[in-house]
Design a protein around this ligand. Structure first.
Ligand SMILES: Nc1ncnc2c1ncn2[C@@H]1O[C@H](COP(=O)(O)OS(=O)(=O)O)[C@@H](OP(=O)(O)O)[C@H]1O
Ligand SMILES: [Mg+2]
Ligand SMILES: [Mg+2]
Ligand SMILES: [Mg+2]
Length: 342
């Protein structure tokens, strides 16, 4: 790791790995073994807060001056009704932090709530900032399917480092005996790689060329998050025969980077929702460093300098270079058809 962000990468990988162990244990202790009433979101909430507390504390320890744009904020935990949940979060976060930092003393509740709240940075065009999505794909997490722990470093609106932990993703899609749990990391100008969850077996990632027969779409599981019907139309314009792979979280960017599925297409389902920078920043640098291209549906790069969101939502197209231009053309054709109808 001889590059300008070597220390940042090392710290980020350690933070993501620690948070992945935490979220897996939350799943095993609170989701799998407990009878939850359908729709009970509390385990994911506990996991979200505790993982953000852990990542934010580790970052603060290493880079005390760096601002953080994190998905979660602790305002609900300050109230008295939040006490039970808060205690559980503090316990989980301290377990993870003492294992990582080897610190003798546990952090106090106040220190950990402050760590969560340090994620309230508004974003913007200048300087260094980290993004944290402690559990991306919360719905996948609850289903026991794909989710990701996501961290990135943005400098002057450009993503320089991305680290994504996928505790449930097979290490090798064609060799299930190799188990699950991967960490993906990319540094701008220095390539992308996959590690196992314990940090071994670094494997460089390069997106292979695709043909209409081998190309398929990676898309959200939740129809509310991206338009499945639009993707169907684009698929038929491109004569894609393979069905889409539906998967929660930025694991989609990771799969794309290692050659599973040829394109990630995420078009808005309605007006109004603005994509969050923490949902795309690490994925963008990962795919670009694996040789791919990430743009919106106009072919413009995503702008990480607008604040906590990507601004007006023109969707996201991520793919290998050559597949990207074919998909972009088909997306524009499909958009023109829609416009012609209204
Ligand atoms: N309406 C709408 N449109 C687009 N995106 C939305 C929308 N609502 C939420 N979100 C964000 O989607 C993040 C999860 O994206 P996924 O691709 O994992 O979706 S899915 O779970 O597969 O459906 C999810 O991230 P997490 O909250 O971290 O799970 C949200 O930030
Ligand atoms: Mg997310
Ligand atoms: Mg999240
Ligand atoms: Mg969320």
């Amino acid at each position: 790791m001889s590059h300008a962000y070597a220390t940042e990468e090392q710290v980020a990988v350690a933070a993501v790995r620690r948070a992945c162990h935490l979220t897996s244990s939350v799943f095993n202790r609170l989701v799998k073994n407990e009878t939850l009433t359908k729709g009970d979101k509390s385990p994911v909430t506990v996991g979200d807060y505790a993982a953000q507390a852990v990542i934010s504390s580790i970052l603060h320890h290493a880079f005390p001056g760096d601002p953080i744009v994190g998905e979660e904020d602790a305002s609900d935990l300050h109230a008295e009704e939040g006490r039970l949940m808060r205690d559980r979060i503090i316990e989980l976060a301290n377990e993870a932090l003492t294992a990582e930092l080897g610190l003798g003393d546990s952090a106090t509740a106040e220190e950990l709530l402050d760590a969560i709240d340090r994620g309230n940075h508004p974003g913007g065009r200048d300087g260094r900032m980290w993004t944290i999505d402690p559990i991306d794909g919360t719905k996948g997490f609850l289903r026991g399917e794909q989710y990701a722990v996501c961290l990135s470093l943005i400098v002057d609106a450009k993503v320089q480092l991305g680290v994504i932990g996928c505790p449930n993703l097979p290490v090798d899609p064609v060799a299930p005996e190799r188990g699950i749990g991967c960490i993906f990391t990319a540094v701008r100008g220095h390539g992308a790689q996959q590690l196992t969850l314990n940090g071994s077996n670094p494997t460089p990632l390069v997106i292979p060329q695709t043909t209409p027969e081998t190309l398929n779409f990676l898309e959200s599981v939740e129809a509310a998050h991206s338009s499945h019907s639009f993707n169907d139309r684009v698929s038929s314009l491109l004569n894609i025969t393979r069905p889409p792979t539906r998967m929660d979280s930025q694991a989609k960017y990771c799969c794309l980077a290692r050659g599973e599925g040829g394109a990630y297409l995420r078009m808005p389902t309605g007006v109004g929702y603005r994509e969050k920078i923490w949902d795309h920043a690490p994925g963008q640098v990962l795919v670009e460093e694996a040789g791919g291209v990430v743009t919106d549906s106009r072919g413009e790069p995503l702008d990480f300098g607008l604040g906590r969101t990507l601004g007006e939502n023109f969707g996201v197209i991520a793919a290998g270079k050559e597949a990207h231009s074919r998909v972009l053309a088909a997306v524009q054709e499909a958009l023109n058809e829609t416009k012609a109808k209204v």
